[in-house]
Design a protein around this ligand. Structure first.
Ligand SMILES: Nc1ncnc2c1ncn2[C@@H]1O[C@H](COP(=O)(O)OP(=O)(O)OP(=O)(O)O)[C@@H](O)[C@H]1O
Ligand SMILES: [Mg+2]
Length: 155
């Protein structure tokens, strides 16, 4: 005799709805750059994406530095500069998206910097190591995001 067994999903069974996201609000202060780097590395390691840690950490550094420096440069008192938000998403198994959200509506651009220039390289680096990057305009500011894919799975 064959017995048919049906099993109901337990409340603890993962339902597979969507990919994970890590997000963190950080003060607009230089110390936050290191925290953003650590958070991104820890998140990707938790997701088993060690291959992407170096690039994602560098992207996070550049985007966080820009959010701190350029979005709050008009506010002289550091105490009044508020926070920016870091977000790490995994839109698919092999793709990671790093974003920062700040309260300035001016947008980043890739600058053609000279050999000797002391600044103007951050977004060029982001463009070079990401598979794509972009801006997400908001009524209160913007998000800046960049994606990188695991080797062999370029988006
Ligand atoms: N979050 C931001 N908000 C407003 N403007 C930005 C932002 N990020 C970048 N920008 C603008 O884009 C320009 C280029 O940014 P990029 O990171 O390439 O250079 P930088 O920050 O000036 O220098 P570096 O990154 O080499 O220290 C900046 O000079 C700034 O005008
Ligand atoms: Mg920069």
């Amino acid at each position: 005799m064959t017995t048919m067994m049906t099993s109901k999903p337990s409340p603890l069974t993962p339902t597979g709805t969507g990919h994970p996201t890590y997000t963190q609000s950080l003060p607009c202060a230089e110390e936050s750059v290191g925290i953003a780097r650590l958070s991104v590395a820890a998140t990707l390691r938790a997701w088993g994406l060690e291959d992407l840690v170096d690039d994602a950490r560098l992207i996070a550094s550049e985007l966080a530095t820009n959010a701190i420096r350029h979005a709050t440069r008009h506010i002289p008192d550091p105490e009044q500069r508020g926070c920016f938000r870091l977000k790490v998403e995994r839109p698919s198994d092999h793709l990671v998206r790093i974003s920062t959200f700040d309260r300035s509506r001016s947008v980043p651009r890739v600058v053609q910097s000279t050999e000797t220039a002391e600044s103007g390289r951050g977004m060029a680096v982001v463009e070079a190591i990401s598979s794509r990057w972009g801006i997400d305009p908001k009524p209160w500011g913007k998000g800046v995001w960049a994606e990188c894919a695991t080797p062999g799975h370029l988006a």
